[in-house]
Design a binder for this molecule. Structure first.
Ligand SMILES: [Zn+2]
Length: 118
């Protein structure tokens, strides 16, 4: 009889312990989700702060920020150059099948119907 009592008591303890662990994991998941949301919000605010700083002070930045502001300006220039290059390619595209000039964004050649966008 004692064996069964011990067994049921032990089983009950294991069961409570397992339930506690599930609860702990559920709490950890909730906490992790809140950490992730707060981290995203923090990153958005830091991004906004950086943009505002750049817009206001890029022309005469604090010496500590000068390198970062210069890198941002360089990247903006690079992006504009790449965008102009992509626009130019799109504006001067020709159908590979018939050689006719095609309009930017066209899925098919208006002349021969060749599929242009994969
Ligand atoms: Zn064509």
């Amino acid at each position: 009889m004692s064996f069964f009592n011990d067994f049921s008591q032990t089983f009950s303890q294991i069961s409570k312990s397992a339930t506690g662990k599930v609860k702990d994991m559920s709490s950890v998941s909730k906490i992790n989700k809140e950490i992730e949301e707060s981290t995203n919000e923090l990153n958005n605010l830091l991004n906004m702060l950086g943009r505002k700083y750049y817009e206001k002070f890029a022309s005469s930045p604090d010496p500590e920020m000068a390198d970062i502001c210069l890198s941002i300006s360089d990247l903006c220039g690079k992006i504009n150059t790449l965008q102009a290059e992509a626009d130019s390619i799109k504006a001067n595209a020709y159908c590979p099948a018939c050689g006719e000039k095609v309009a930017p964004g066209d899925a098919f050649c208006a002349n021969c119907g060749h599929k242009l966008i994969v």
